[in-house]
Design a protein around this ligand. Sequence first.
Ligand SMILES: [Fe+2]
Length: 204
Amino acid sequence: MSHQLDDNSYSSANAIAVAGLNLALSFENASVERLEKRLSECIVPEVKQKILHHLDQTKKQQERLRERIRVLGTGMTPTSEKGRLAIPEPPHKLKMMIESSSSDKEREVWESLNDLIIERAEAIMYRGGIQALQLLKADKKTIKELEKCLKEEEAFGDWLEKNNPKVAKRLMTTQIEDKKQGKKKMRKTTQEEKEEEAVSAAAV
Ligand SMILES: [Fe+2]
C-alpha cells in the first residue's frame, strides 16, 4: 500500500516537473528568438559578444530541458511553443512615441534594460522551479540541470547589471557630442555659404 502511495506521489511529482520543464523551455524558445533579434540590432560590440555567448548557452539550455522532458515524460515531445517574455509593456501611445522619436543609441539603452529584466526573470523562474522540485523530491539529475541554467542566467544578468550603466553613459555621451559636432558643422557651413555669397557678390 505504502509502495503504491509512493508510486502515485512520484508520478504526480514527475508530471509537475515535466510541466515546469516545458514551461521553462517555452521561455527559452522565446528567448532564443529575442537574442537573435538583439544580435542583429545591437550596436555595442562587447554587448553583442555577450549576447552571442548567451545565445549559445540558451540553445544548450533548450537541449538540456528537452532531454529531461523526454526522460521524465517517458518519450514526451518537448514543446516548441514560445512563452511570453517578461518585457514590460508600456501604454500603446507612449510606446509609439518612444519608438518613433528614439535614436539607435537610445533604443539600445531601452533594450539593454529589457535584456536585464528578462535574465532576472529567467533566474527567478529557475530558482522557483528548483525549489519546487526539491520539495517534491523530484529527479536529482533534473534539479542539477536546472541549477546549471540558473548559474548561466545569473552570470549574464550580473554582467548586464554591472555594464548597462557604463554602456548607457558612453552611448549618451557620444550622442550629445555628435549633436554638438553636428551643430558646429551646420554653423560652419552656413558661415562658409555666407562668405562664398559675399565673394561672389563682390566679384559681380
Ligand atoms: Fe537567459
